[in-house]
Design a protein around this ligand. Structure first.
Ligand SMILES: *[C@@H]1O[C@H](CO)[C@@H](O)[C@H](O)[C@H]1NC(C)=O
Ligand SMILES: *[C@@H]1O[C@H](CO)[C@@H](O)[C@H](O)[C@H]1NC(C)=O
Ligand SMILES: *[C@@H]1O[C@H](CO)[C@@H](O)[C@H](O)[C@H]1NC(C)=O
Ligand SMILES: *[C@@H]1O[C@H](CO)[C@@H](O)[C@H](O)[C@H]1NC(C)=O
Ligand SMILES: *[C@@H]1O[C@H](CO)[C@@H](O)[C@H](O)[C@H]1NC(C)=O
Ligand SMILES: *[C@@H]1O[C@H](CO)[C@@H](O)[C@H](O)[C@H]1NC(C)=O
Ligand SMILES: *[C@@H]1O[C@H](CO)[C@@H](O)[C@H](O)[C@H]1NC(C)=O
Ligand SMILES: *[C@@H]1O[C@H](CO)[C@@H](O)[C@H](O)[C@H]1NC(C)=O
Ligand SMILES: *[C@@H]1O[C@H](CO)[C@@H](O)[C@H](O)[C@H]1NC(C)=O
Ligand SMILES: *[C@@H]1O[C@H](CO)[C@@H](O)[C@H](O)[C@H]1NC(C)=O
Length: 685
């Protein structure tokens, strides 16, 4: 029994060895930083787990090292509960790795090569009976490897498998994960899911984004709270129709898919956030019973890989299949093909607060019949084909919470009169790129149908931001904005706009003013003391309006004008104040660029597109101002050289004169001698 006899000695030596190792044989310890019970050893070029750390550490961070294998018993830290080994080159965990650290709850193995040694690794993981959080993302795992690795992990609550190579999931995949609450399966290549989550009745958050799913049918995960299936190829989303339970679903993200129909949502749910942007959703109920679309086309059959047929009787024309949308607060339908809302559809969403309909095919919006919710806060119907908005007094009065309204990029040439003044919370209106005029002071002409071809902006107290870009405005009547406290006014892209004194009344509040591409000239900005951002691009300005210099401007857009220079005095005033300036598209003079050096050397200013600023040299050649060498400015150069020559001459000429006079008067003999010498020299013929 010699071995037994030795053990006490070894046990005694062990603590001493522990004390010694940090200094002597294990320099790796020095790559770790200890903060209370956390050892931070990331970015340490370590090839193994450092030994000799205090026994009682609870967290060990070993990310971004070069560890390839976790060896048996290498983690001799019995209190360890968090271990992170992300971004190593980890190929396997030996079966007894966790022999001495059985309390581990949180293990991060992201971004490694576990596909190589997954089988041995799975034996190691099985020993962790308390493991709650496991990150296996980015490990090139296919579904069989994942299934093997996840065997017996019955205590797991959070699992990350994103960025792997999973293709097909079924009831075996997550068989033992009875406690699972959150599962991230983003960025795999999953094309089919067949009853994969039946063993995880507690699953609340599931991320399936960026996969290859063609449809989600028979959806019956009543306990799920967040489902993210964005960026797939989903054409159909169909909930199991006959379920009596209330779904816990609150957030459903199906954006960037191929949906043709509004999803068939659960009949009872708490759905609040419904993201459907970038699909091909449209409503087809008006085609119901149409001879061209025979009624027989109402049942859709779905097959899966196991040849299991599921008949989903989707009554495509039936409105009730929209399911329970009564709790929806955010409906994002941007970039779809909606050309109308089915009757009562918007009305059902009595808690709706944000409706995003940008880039669809709406032609009319009847606020009277739609009966939008009183809690509506933001309505974006920009970039549709709206030529009509209908609203009676009652409908307008109901929109008491409407704060942001975007109607831009439509074909509107009239609006219900008094629309904006009846919305008490209205803060921002975008009417850009429509054909709407501003009413002259006398009349707000109303046609018989209650519509008006011009908008009266006076006295809308809550309004702060008004966008009227590209509305073909010709003249803004004086006092058009009286009683407003606008901070943003955008009037760009109205060529030939006459503004007169129309927005003097805004001088104390206005912070952002857009007058780009309006051909405005010599406007006096001196009253606008709050102005922070000004856009006067595209206006053929030959010089900077001097009234700008007294303002505390932060952003100035001067692009596409006719500026040839900015006088140094002005540049010196502007440079320290401005944060951002746009100057491209001006015919600057290459030889008057002192302003450019001023801007260039001021650190607080961002000259946008600095390298694209061009200038014209003496030969009318366009050059990049940044690279232009000023000695090439001949005229300027010659002038200065002449100046130096003249200066030199004016100083040196008197001396030269004195020298000559002195030479002649005091050395006449020398002169004679030299002449004589020359003359007396014998010449040889
Ligand atoms: C692991 O789970 C399987 C069934 O899933 C079971 O047969 C086996 O006994 C379990 N092993 C351990 C070590 O718990
Ligand atoms: C899962 O891992 C990926 C990549 O490592 C990461 O981007 C993502 O945020 C993780 N998911 C969760 C829910 O933490
Ligand atoms: C769904 O996942 C994608 C990709 O990770 C993410 O960009 C998006 O914000 C998520 N959606 C929600 C509602 O969280
Ligand atoms: C559904 O629930 C209601 C009330 O909760 C109950 O009366 C009805 O019998 C249930 N139906 C089925 C099919 O479970
Ligand atoms: C049937 O469909 C055609 C083509 O879309 C449409 O013009 C017509 O109005 C529809 N008829 C009925 C009765 O809805
Ligand atoms: C599905 O529906 C079709 C047509 O109604 C029927 O012929 C078929 O037998 C059904 N299949 C199953 C599995 O119910
Ligand atoms: C708008 O809806 C109301 C109420 O349903 C209806 O009376 C009116 O005719 C509709 N207007 C238009 C132009 O469709
Ligand atoms: C108005 O909308 C905001 C933002 O969604 C919300 O916080 C507030 O509760 C709403 N007010 C009413 C009366 O609905
Ligand atoms: C209104 O919508 C257009 C187009 O979708 C967008 O470009 C613009 O920024 C929006 N306006 C505001 C004030 O957000
Ligand atoms: C200034 O207005 C022009 C014309 O509408 C526009 O193209 C440019 O983007 C605006 N500049 C800034 C900084 O928004």
């Amino acid at each position: 029994m010699p071995v037994h006899g030795l053990t006490p000695i070894l046990l005694c030596l062990l603590p001493m060895w522990r004390i010694l190792t940090p200094v002597s044989s294990h320099p790796q310890h020095s790559r770790c930083q200890l903060i209370q019970r956390t050892a931070l050893c990331s970015y340490g070029k370590l090839t193994s787990v450092p030994a000799g750390l205090p026994d009682n550490i609870e967290e060990l961070q070993l990310n971004y090292n070069h560890i390839e294998t976790l060896q048996d018993n290498s983690l001799s830290y019995p209190s360890l509960s968090i271990l992170s080994l992300a971004c190593n080159s980890l190929e396997k965990l030996e079966s007894n790795t966790f022999q001495d650290s059985k309390w581990l709850e949180n293990l991060n193995l992201a971004n490694n090569n576990l596909y190589i040694g997954y089988q041995q690794t799975s034996h190691a993981l099985k020993t962790l009976s308390r493991l709650r959080v496991l990150d296996l993302s980015e490990n090139k795992l296919d579904e069989e490897m994942a299934t093997t690795l996840l065997q017996n992990l019955t205590s797991l609550e959070y699992l990350n498998l994103s960025g792997n190579l999973l293709q097909r999931l079924d009831e075996i995949s997550f068989r033992d994960l009875h406690q699972l609450k959150e599962l991230d399966l983003q960025r795999n290549i999953i094309f089919e899911i067949d009853n994969a989550f039946n063993s995880s009745p507690k699953l609340q958050r599931l991320n399936l984004a960026f996969n290859y799913l063609p449809c989600l049918t028979d959806f019956h995960m009543t306990q799920l709270v967040v489902l993210n299936a964005s960026h797939n190829f989903i054409e159909w989303f169909i909930s199991r129709p006959d379920l009596n339970d209330t779904f816990q679903l609150e957030t459903l993200d199906l954006s960037d898919n191929k949906l043709l129909f509004f999803p068939f949502l659960p009949e009872q749910s708490h759905l609040k956030n419904l993201y459907l942007s970038h699909n091909s959703v449209r409503f087809l109920e008006h085609l119901a019973g149409n001879a061209t679309f025979p009624k027989s086309a109402t049942t859709v059959e779905f097959y899966n890989m196991n040849k299991r047929v599921s008949n989903v009787t989707a009554k495509l024309w039936d409105e009730s299949l929209h399911g329970d949308i009564s709790s929806v607060e955010i409906l994002d339908l941007r970039a779809n093909q909606v050309d109308y809302f089915p009757e009562g559809f918007l009305q059902k969403m009595s808690a709706l607060s944000r409706l995003y309909m940008c880039t669809n095919c709406l032609e009319t919006l009847n606020l009277t019949s739609e009966q939008l919710s009183g809690s509506l806060y933001e309505l974006d119907v920009s970039n549709n084909r709206l030529n009509q908005i209908v609203a009676d007094m009652g409908a307008m009065a109901a929109l008491g919470n409407l704060t942001y309204l975007n109607l831009s990029l439509n074909d509107l040439d009239q609006l219900p009169s008094g629309l904006f003044s009846s919305l008490p919370s209205l803060r921002s209106v975008d009417l850009s790129y429509n054909n709407i005029d501003i009413c002259p002071p006398e009349e707000a002409e109303t046609s018989t149908d209650g519509n008006s071809a011009c908008v009266d902006w006076k006295n809308i107290e809550s309004l702060r931001q008004l966008y009227l870009k590209g509305c073909n405005l010709e003249k803004i009547p004086s006092f058009a904005f009286a009683g407003l406290s606008l901070t943003h006014l955008e009037l760009s892209d109205n060529p030939g706009l006459i503004v007169e004194e129309s927005f003097e009344s805004l001088s104390s509040t206005l912070q952002n003013l857009g007058l780009g591409n309006t051909q405005i000239q010599d406007f006096d900005f001196s009253h606008f003391q709050s102005l922070k951002s000004l856009n006067i691009s595209g206006n053929s300005l030959g010089h900077l309006p001097p009234s700008l210099l007294n303002l505390d401007l932060k952003v100035l857009d001067l692009r596409d004008n006719r500026l040839s220079t900015i006088p140094p005095g002005q540049a010196n005033v502007l440079a320290p104040k401005l944060h951002t300036v746009f100057l491209t598209g001006n015919p600057f003079n290459c030889c008057q660029t002192e302003w450019f050096r001023t801007f260039e050397t001021t650190e607080t200013i961002n000259v946008v597109g600095q390298s694209d600023i061009e200038c014209e040299d003496l030969y009318q050649t366009t050059r990049r101002l940044e690279n232009f060498q000023s000695f090439l400015c001949w005229e300027e150069g010659r002038e200065s050289i002449l100046w130096y020559i003249m200066l030199f001459l004016s100083i040196s000429l008197p001396f030269v004169g004195i020298l000559i006079v002195a030479f002649i008067t005091f050395k006449p003999k020398m002169l004679q001698k030299s002449i004589k010498k020359k003359c007396l020299k014998p010449t040889s013929y």
